[in-house]
Design a binder for this molecule. Structure first.
Ligand code: NI
Length: 226
């Protein structure tokens, strides 16, 4: 599932985050790359331990927690501390798959990466290139979203960031270990949840809506690892 989550951040949060990112001290992104990714990664990142990164990470975590779309699509068990990157002056990140297991830079806990998210802080007209290109079974998807919007995709996907040839692309990226590790099951649960919500708006809590809701929870009970 590739899901666009609009307006994850409020206007005020976005403005505050952009101010913090504009004054931040960046470092070479290769510091956190795996072996294969090391050869193809060329960007800047915020050191996760820095005060600015911690403040920004808390802001993003709070926004994720209040997003019904994120919660339904990711079914998070744990989301790693969000990190922040900047691409400018031709920087790019070639095709790669993210490491399956990562260590959270702040908690030190191991996390299995099931769901990847990229939250955009720059508007598309502020830079050239910089599309996030995600490959899935249906082909290539090129993603470039308004500031404050987020894209969610399975961490099993091959993906890349195209070179940024003008301007700067600021974003946050984060991984979630889901209660549902399999993308196909997670996608079905999300589709069922959205269908139930739509149906409830049309007909209220009919007996069928209650039965479908029971099915949703029973599937979740059958599949979830908590
Ligand atoms: Ni990646």
């Amino acid at each position: 599932m590739l899901l666009h989550i609009p307006d994850l951040l409020t206007t005020e949060e976005l403005a505050h985050a952009r101010m913090l990112l504009g004054n931040a001290q960046w470092q070479d992104g290769r510091a956190t790359a795996g072996h294969q990714a090391l050869d193809v990664k060329n960007n800047l990142q915020l050191p996760p331990q820095a005060d600015t990164a911690r403040e920004l990470a808390a802001l993003v975590q709070a926004a994720l927690a209040r997003s019904p779309l994120f919660m339904s699509a990711a079914l998070p068990k744990v989301t790693m501390t969000p990190m922040f990157n900047c691409y400018q002056g031709g920087m790019t990140y070639g095709n790669h798959v993210d490491n399956a297991i990562r260590v959270d830079p702040l908690s030190g806990h191991y996390v299995r990466t099931d769901v990847s998210c990229t939250l955009f802080f720059s508007n598309p007209e502020e830079y050239e290139g910089g599309e996030l290109v995600v490959e899935d079974t249906y082909g290539l998807h090129s993603v470039k979203l308004p500031a404050g919007d987020m894209i969610l995709y399975p961490s099993t996907s091959l993906h890349r960031v195209e070179p940024v040839t003008a301007g700067a692309r600021l974003a946050s990226f984060m991984w979630t270990q889901s209660m549902i590790r399999d993308d196909a099951r997670r996608t079905m649960l999300f589709d069922l949840d959205m269908a139930i919500i739509g149906l409830r708006q049309q007909v209220g809590d009919s007996e069928e809506v209650v039965n479908l809701t029971a099915m949703y929870h029973n599937l979740l009970r059958m599949w979830a690892e908590v």
